[in-house]
Design a protein around this ligand. Structure first.
Ligand code: C2E
Ligand code: CA
Ligand code: CA
Length: 601
């Protein structure tokens, strides 16, 4: 309280001759009020937000700043002297948002409160997001002042932006997620509808991602997904959207592609960039992908239908190994068929619908059947005999392959035991798929079976296709070495169809090379095929491996192979695959058959 006011109160007291006690009370009330005002003043002064008091607007001149607190000065990087007396322009709204200033003045002249968010600039030109509230202070119906509350909401806003980004993007790859893809797809469809244009939706799924994850771990898988995302986004144009919509599923939306040829070209480009090996932690890894395509409006007029159809087309592409595929009417029926097969397959094992068939492998020099290959058959209650070419890929995809392989090994061991007990020391070869090759428990399982059935490991052979070895050579090598150390024999199947180098062939612990039937079938007619077969036989022999030719369908082929020095032959010319009782009959009756010794007792 100033000395002046004290003096005036004292004067009033002496001149009005009031009761001393009344005077004292009034004095302390006034002191209290003044204290409160001072407190309020300093609170406003140190408040975190910016507070300004402005004069009312007079005619064309807007309000002028009469008071600002520290928060305000701090917010703009200006001193109080630079601000006091200035028009409201001092709020520093950026040039591009001048419409905001006009709106503000409008409100002020109409004596209405004003709330807005805008971008403002500090003295040094840096920008921030400003939240502004202006309220008029009235006294007896007249606006005497305006109070402005200002807040720097840059952080909060960027957080909101970040949250929205998070909600619409995939955390691992930073690509748009499923929600954003759908939003974009809907928007593209409605634009295309207005303009009579088209939209293409591509769905892509990596071919062996689960195996990569299971074998090398999730961290490795994550890096792979990031690299796939990177390559994918480099393939799509500015107006296209690439998104990650699930584990190893990606999608691309092409608004208004010129035609389906352009869409197919993009699909091929995407597939070919993914064909280049991925280098992760010093490992070169190859992953294929399958792409399904659905187009608006020919394949569907809403995003849900397009998604479903692209999904089916993707499945078709995977089945046909065609890389990419457009939606086709019959595709959906095919998928329904496949789905019912999946369901039926689960119970087929329990219902004993599978039966191992055996196809003889003939030792060419002696003409005896010393070996057989197990080829699985499914006796489907409605469809009849279903071939492994149909059910093995489904079993692989659904994970049923593991139970199926376990079951087959058990049955094979039982059969071997029975044949050996009958005095026929036949060797049996079992096919294992790429998936089973990645099953690290396989060697231990086989070891346990051999012990339980009291079988010598050298009677069991495992056929592994060249392509499943090449899918991951180092891993295959590890499992194969474990199998070899058990004494199990190994054979490389469909040789010539993959791309293994001779170096690999030398390193692999294999005993036998099976020349693919595509070469054998044509060797009597095509000189090139004959040369390939001859070269493979020589190569195998130089490496100390045995050679088996598969798909021998006639006598001419047999003789040609015999002349080339091939060790073993297998094919319809000698025998089709047969079930165990039929094979026994064939053995006894046929001159290809191994001479049965009387059962040793
Ligand atoms: P693969 O291992 O190359 O088996 C040889 C295939 O060629 C068999 O077909 C057999 O029936 C057929 N074949 C045999 N001789 C001839 C011939 O002279 N001419 C012609 N054109 N074909 C002949 P299948 O039994 O349909 O098996 C197809 C494939 O399915 C097999 O090819 C094998 O990779 C796989 N497979 C069969 N059984 C199993 C199994 O139990 N597990 C796994 N994982 N795969 C299996
Ligand atoms: Ca085979
Ligand atoms: Ca084969």
């Amino acid at each position: 309280m100033s000395d002046d006011s004290l003096t005036s109160i004292r004067t009033a007291w002496t001149t009005t001759l009031e009761e001393p006690s009344v005077l004292q009370r009034r004095l302390s009330e006034q002191r209290l009020q003044n204290d409160q005002l001072r407190l309020l003043g300093s609170a406003i002064h140190v408040a975190g937000e910016g507070i300004a008091i402005l004069t009312p607007a007079v005619e064309a001149i807007g309000p002028r700043v009469a008071f600002v607190n520290q928060g305000f000065c701090h917010m703009y990087g200006r001193t109080r002297e630079e601000i006091i007396g200035q028009p409201a322009i001092i709020f520093g709204v950026v040039e591009r948002q001048q419409a905001m200033v006009t709106a503000l003045l409008h409100h002020v002249f109409e004596k209405r409160p004003f709330n807005a968010e805008m971008t403002a600039a500090r003295k040094d030109g840096t920008e921030f997001e400003l939240e502004l509230h202006m309220v008029p202070i009235e006294d007896a119906g007249e606006v005497t002042h305006w109070v402005a509350f200002l807040r720097d909401v840059t952080d909060m806003k960027s957080q909101t932006v970040r949250l929205r980004h998070q909600a619409m993007h995939d955390g691992l790859t930073d690509l748009p997620n499923r929600a954003m893809l759908l939003e974009h797809l809907d928007k593209s469809i409605s634009q295309a509808r207005d303009q009579g244009a088209t939209v293409a939706l591509l769905l892509m799924d990596l071919d062996r991602f689960k195996e990569v994850n299971d074998t090398f771990g999730h961290q490795f898988g994550d890096i792979l997904l990031q690299q796939v995302a990177f390559r994918l986004s480099n393939q799509v144009g500015e107006t296209d959207m690439a998104a990650r919509i699930g584990g190893d599923e990606f999608a691309v939306v092409l608004p208004q592609p010129p035609d389906s040829t352009a869409v197919a070209r993009l699909a091929r480009n995407i597939l070919s960039t993914l064909e280049q090996p991925f280098l992760i932690e010093g490992q070169a890894l190859e992953v294929g992908a399958s792409i399904g395509i659905a187009m608006y409006p020919s394949h569907g007029t809403d995003s849900r239908t397009l998604l479903r159809r692209a999904d089916v087309a993707m499945y078709t592409a995977k089945q046909a190994q065609s890389g990419y595929s457009f939606h086709r009417e019959d595709g959906e029926r095919q998928t329904a068929d496949q789905l019912s097969l999946v369901v039926q397959m689960r119970s087929a094992l329990e219902r004993n619908e599978f039966e191992p068939f055996y196809q003889p492998k003939i030792h060419m020099r002696s003409g005896l059947m010393t070996r057989a290959e197990v080829l699985l058959r499914w006796h489907h209650p409605q469809r009849g005999l279903v071939t492994p070419a149909v059910f093995v890929p489904i079993a692989e995809r659904t994970g049923l392959i593991r139970a199926m392989t376990d079951w087959l090994f058990e049955r094979t061991m039982a059969q071997l035991r029975a044949w050996h007990d009958a005095g026929a020391p036949i060797h049996v070869a079992v096919n294992i798929s790429a998936k089973s090759l990645l099953d690290q428990t396989l060697p231990a399982k086989i070891d346990e079976l051999l012990t339980r059935w009291q079988l010598d490991a050298r009677f069991l052979k495992i056929e592994i296709t060249e392509s499943s070895i090449m899918a991951d050579p180092s891993h295959a090598l590890a499992i194969m070495s474990m199998l070899q150390s058990l004494g199990v024999r190994l054979s490389i199947d469909d040789f010539g169809t993959g791309y293994s180098s001779l170096v690999h062939l030398r390193e692999l612990p294999i005993d036998e090379i099976k020349i693919d039937k595509s070469f054998v079938g044509g060797m009597t007619k095509s000189e090139a095929d004959a040369t390939i077969v001859r070269t493979m036989i020589e190569l195998a022999h130089n490496l100390g491996k045995q050679v088996c030719a598969e798909g021998v369908e006639d006598e001419a082929t047999w003789h040609m192979l015999e002349e080339m020095g091939c060790d073993l032959a297998q094919g319809y010319f000698m025998s089709k695959p047969k079930n165990a009782p039929d094979l026994m009959e064939w053995l006894v009756a046929n001159s290809w058959g191994l001479k049965l010794k009387p059962k040793a007792k």
